[in-house]
Ligand binder design. Structure first.
Ligand SMILES: Nc1ncnc2c1ncn2[C@@H]1O[C@H](COP(=O)(O)OP(=O)(O)OP(=O)(O)O)[C@@H](O)[C@H]1O
Length: 234
């Protein structure tokens, strides 16, 4: 479970998260929507301690993030908006292995995780491919594999569909659906709910650093007017 308890955060004295409380259950598939600048990315970056609240607390599986950064970073896999900026190695296998290597795991366990993570994103056997030669969709899936290799309880993705064409988008969506079905909690930001909200358990929309709407998609969709979110035709 990821819990935000009265979290406030400001960049240079400009409030971005305002007394925000929220909890995300294990296995829940949550869409985080809202206008540009409403605070979505800032919220995500609190989930594994990339940012720390000015006040309030974030807990992952019961432990305050600030108390145990390694536990938070192992439990919450993070996939950033531009996966290209996230890669640390030249080949797929080396990149996906990087996180487990940093946990100090045995080689055999690292290899097992890399194999499983690449299978989970439909990239099995592509360890030796150079990342620069992959398509955008394949790069997104490798970035997801890198997060999965940490065997997180939650996967947090910032606009994972940016720049992807329809087949790539579909492929990433299918992977996320399969992961959610296997019990991984998913939290993803998007401005466009049109083909994701069928997969989600819950839609949260932010406005000015606060939760403006929170509920199951059917209930939330009717309340999003004015929040700059594309919704399916109803
Ligand atoms: N590093 C930073 N320094 C100063 N201000 C920042 C920084 N990062 C974000 N902000 C500001 O914080 C506010 C919230 O930004 P954030 O990226 O969380 O919004 P968002 O909802 O993810 O937006 P988008 O949909 O455009 O990605 C914005 O006003 C932004 O300008």
């Amino acid at each position: 479970m990821i819990e935000f308890q009265s979290v406030s955060y400001a960049f240079d004295d400009v409030p971005v998260l305002r007394d925000l409380s929220l909890s995300i259950d294990d296995g829940e598939f949550v869409l985080l929507a809202g206008a540009n600048g409403s605070g979505k990315t800032t919220l995500l970056r609190h989930c594994n301690g990339l940012l720390e609240p000015d006040s309030g607390e974030v807990r992952v599986n019961g432990t305050p993030v600030a108390e145990d950064l390694i536990a938070a970073r192992s439990s919450v896999g993070m996939v950033f908006q531009h996966p290209r900026d996230q890669f640390v190695a030249a080949t797929v296998g080396a990149d996906v292995a990087f996180g487990p290597e940093n946990l100090g795991l045995e080689r055999v366990e690292i290899d097992r995780r890399v194999t499983a993570a690449l299978e989970a994103v439909n990239m099995a056997g592509r360890e030796d491919d150079r990342i620069e030669t992959l398509s955008g969709g394949e790069q997104s899936r490798v970035a997801i594999a890198g997060a999965l290799a940490m065997e997180p309880t939650h996967l947090v993705l910032d606009e994972p569909f940016t720049g992807l064409d329809e087949p790539a988008r579909r492929s990433v969506l299918e992977r996320l659906e399969a992961l959610a079905a296997d019990g991984t909690g998913i939290l993803l930001t998007t401005h466009d709910l049109r083909d994701v909200c069928g997969l989600a358990d819950r839609v949260i929309a932010m406005q000015d650093g606060r939760v403006a709407v929170d509920g199951p998609p059917k209930r939330a969709l009717g309340k999003l007017e004015g929040l700059e979110v594309r919704v399916p035709n109803q």
